[in-house]
Write a protein that binds this ligand. Structure first.
Ligand SMILES: [Cu+2]
Length: 292
């Protein structure tokens, strides 16, 4: 017969299920513990080599949101399984020869309608906050990068400097970006849909022929970041790897220079000073080129 003791046991089971859920969330969260100082952000231990250290606020928010979602939904994994095992043991024919005859239980029906509804809201509200933040690109970006997906490589153009790089997936010609700058990404595609996905940036956005999709990043740490096309786009989809080197501003300008960048007039003096060059020589060289 169903007794008060059974109610107590079932409540205990759900409490344990919830605790297990929060323990799982803490475990998920701990996998992302910040990289050691000076270590590469993509350096991972064997157990976490499928996870990248977050390098942007967006990626951190995604990480927290993942742990929170796990904490909220995992009771619904653990508790019903333990409940089922308890009921199989406690109420089988041998242990419970005279079954109870009651049908329906209004408070219980109300309880298990309201609780999942509350859980859905508890997941939706923070997730929507993250989504709104990641979908709001900076109004005055420090740098604009055109990201073009092709079959089967990535091409990046920095229109301000008239520099284009092609990442064939081998990492020989990576995209180089300055650290801690608001960077707007304009995504396009030549033939078919691709998705530019760099987990450490918390960015995965579709690049689609005939339209421009935008995303943005502001990285907190220097390092070599890796990503991958995340849209099944054809035979060599798996080889559309992404390589992004995030470097200090000076190194970024050195890279631009090596790539034959055309610096806009208002930036020339700043760049020359940063790179420790003779300002007048640079200005002279520019005026000579414009005269021709
Ligand atoms: Cu692709």
């Amino acid at each position: 017969m169903f007794k008060d003791k059974d109610i107590r046991n079932l409540v205990a089971i759900w409490v344990v299920g919830t605790l297990l859920a929060f323990a799982s969330a803490a475990l998920v969260y701990s996998f992302y513990s910040p990289a050691a100082p000076g270590g590469s952000p993509t350096e991972t231990s064997p157990i976490t080599n499928w996870i990248f250290q977050p390098s942007t606020t967006v990626a951190e928010m995604v990480r927290v949101n993942t742990a929170w979602t796990v904490a909220v939904i995992f009771p619904f994994l653990f508790a019903p399984i333990i409940t089922l095992l308890y009921i199989i043991g406690r109420f089988n024919e041998k242990n419970n020869p005279v079954p109870a005859t009651f049908h329906e239980h209004l408070p219980l029906e109300v309880f298990w309608t309201i609780v999942p509804a509350v859980v859905l809201v508890a997941m939706a509200v923070p997730a929507y906050g993250v989504l709104r933040y990641m979908e709001k690109p900076p109004t005055k970006p420090d740098l604009v990068v055109d990201v073009v997906g092709a079959q089967f490589y990535w091409q990046y153009t920095l229109p301000k400097y008239d520099v284009t790089v092609t990442d064939e997936g081998d990492g020989k010609d990576p995209l180089v970006l300055p650290v801690d700058k608001a960077i707007l990404l304009n995504g396009q595609s030549f033939q078919v849909n691709h998705a530019w996905w760099v987990p450490a940036f918390g960015v995965k956005f579709d690049v689609i022929p005939g339209r421009i999709n935008t995303s943005w990043i502001r990285t907190k740490r220097e390092g070599s970041y890796k990503g991958q096309c995340a849209e099944l786009c054809g035979t060599l989809h798996a080889y559309m790897l992404i390589h992004v080197n995030v470097v200090p501003e000076k190194e970024f300008y050195q890279w631009l220079k090596k790539k034959g960048a055309k610096f806009p007039p208002e930036e020339q003096e700043y760049v020359a000073a940063l790179l420790g060059e003779d300002v007048t020589a640079t200005a002279l060289a520019t005026s000579t080129t414009t005269n021709h």
